[in-house]
Ligand binder design. Structure first.
Ligand SMILES: Cc1ncc(COP(=O)(O)O)c(C=O)c1O
Length: 398
């Protein structure tokens, strides 16, 4: 009896996989998981054709910087390809500690802990610090990894309207006043390109005793002095308790970080399951991030070029009358409003040699279906011109 029940359940899950509508649609239209045959800087080759990459998050263009490649290669030779386990079980390596100290110094925090994925770092920033009985004040447009962490924490969630201090105040005024509170925002919203209204949000958070967390995956490298991020941009170190983010964007690597006061980071090392039970970042990844961090401080031209390119690109899009959701940063959505409009727009860009990514509801709010683009310091003037021509053509076909 027990066996037949087990077999039935197993089949149920298999059937769910086979019947899944979203998967069928994905396979039919094939917008994701393209396997590029080659990449150099912002050029990728797909099906034998060179294309311009316009959806990567290599904002500063350091993934192909010679110093970053050299550092990563040398570290792999010295330490091997993997750490083969969690630091809690087979120990840290000196490169872990070195990168954590450098990141903490750069971000202006006492301490930092790194993980093998940004998703882990950001998720654990919720899962570790909030618990049942607490209240999490969450911007409605947060990234999936924050929602996952929130769910694991089992805290009560109170959502406030995207980037709205007024709504945050209203929600806080009507929430349980005795509960411990955590306020969470993104420094730069990954889809929208909006900068968090941190001065107002943190002031309200402080009034209500919130532990404030900023996921700065898209602000790091882009905002603030030398790219120190959104907190630095606003000069709000005192008001933010935890900064988390990714090494896979401006830092040209793979991995993530959580930075804050020493006692907070030590609490994470003791209590975070995502930290204790997951293998540590490899030497090659850590060394790439460390070298990129060094380049960010010694070569200001990358950040300057990023913003010059962003300005040029946005002027083109605005000139075409495209809706960029008031993006304030190099993460630039092109809002088209429905999947029926997004798909042909995306496909036309692809046919014209521009690689972008579609994002449709529920990944974005209903009515905000979009093509997400991100500009890099490595895009050349010629490439931006070509992108503009393709956008004009796709916009005309709408
Ligand atoms: C806002 C935000 N947080 C966290 C992450 C996770 O970072 P990673 O891709 O390095 O795991 C992402 C990735 O896209 C992101 O956009």
């Amino acid at each position: 009896m027990a066996i037949s029940l087990f077999a039935k359940n197993k089949k149920g899950i298999l059937n769910r996989c086979r019947d899944d509508y979203a998967t069928k649609m994905r396979l039919k239209y094939a917008p994701y998981y393209h396997a590029m045959e080659f990449q150099k800087d912002t050029t990728v080759r797909l099906g034998g054709r060179d294309m311009i990459m316009l959806s990567s998050n290599d904002y500063l263009g350091l993934s192909f910087h010679p110093k970053v490649i050299e550092a990563s290669t040398a570290a792999t030779r010295k330490w091997g390809t993997s750490t083969n386990g969690a630091r809690s079980s087979n120990g840290s390596r000196t490169f872990h500690v070195e990168l954590e100290e450098k990141l903490a110094a750069f971000l202006g925090t006492e301490a930092c802990h790194i993980h093998a994925a940004g998703y882990l770092s950001v998720m654990t920033s919720m899962a570790t610090f909030a618990q049942k009985g607490d209240v999490i004040l969450a911007d409605k447009n947060l990234h999936s990894c924050l929602w996952d962490g929130i769910q694991i924490s089992r805290a009560t969630v109170e959502r406030f309207s995207h980037n709205s201090p007024d709504d945050l105040r209203d929600v806080l005024a009507s929430s349980n006043s005795d509960a411990a509170k955590l306020l969470v925002v993104e420094g730069v919203y990954s889809m929208e390109g909006h900068i968090a209204r941190l001065p107002e949000l943190t002031e309200i958070g402080e009034e209500y005793g919130c532990f404030t967390v900023v996921d700065d995956a898209h602000g790091f490298g882009v905002l603030g002095r030398q790219g120190r991020g959104t907190t630095n941009h606003f000069g709000l170190h005192e008001k933010v308790d935890l900064i988390c983010g990714s090494l896979s964007k401006s830092l040209a690597s793979t991995g993530g970080y959580v930075a804050g006061a020493r006692d907070v980071i030590e609490y994470l090392r003791t209590n975070s399951k995502q930290t204790i039970f997951s293998a540590a970042i490899s030497a090659g990844q850590a060394a790439a991030a460390m070298a990129a961090l060094e380049v960010m401080q010694s070569e200001p031209q990358h950040l300057e070029r990023l913003w010059a390119n962003t300005k040029k690109y946005k002027a083109i899009l605005k000139g075409l009358g495209l809706d960029i959701w008031e993006s304030e940063t190099p993460a630039v959505p092109i809002v088209l409003g429905s999947k029926e409009r997004v798909y042909p727009f995306w496909k036309t860009l692809l046919d014209k040699g521009i690689f972008t990514v579609m994002s449709i509801a529920p990944a974005v709010p209903a009515g905000k279906d979009l093509v997400r683009t991100a500009i890099s310091a490595l895009h050349t003037d010629e490439q931006i011109e070509k992108i503009g021509e393709a956008m004009a053509y796709a916009a005309k076909k709408l």
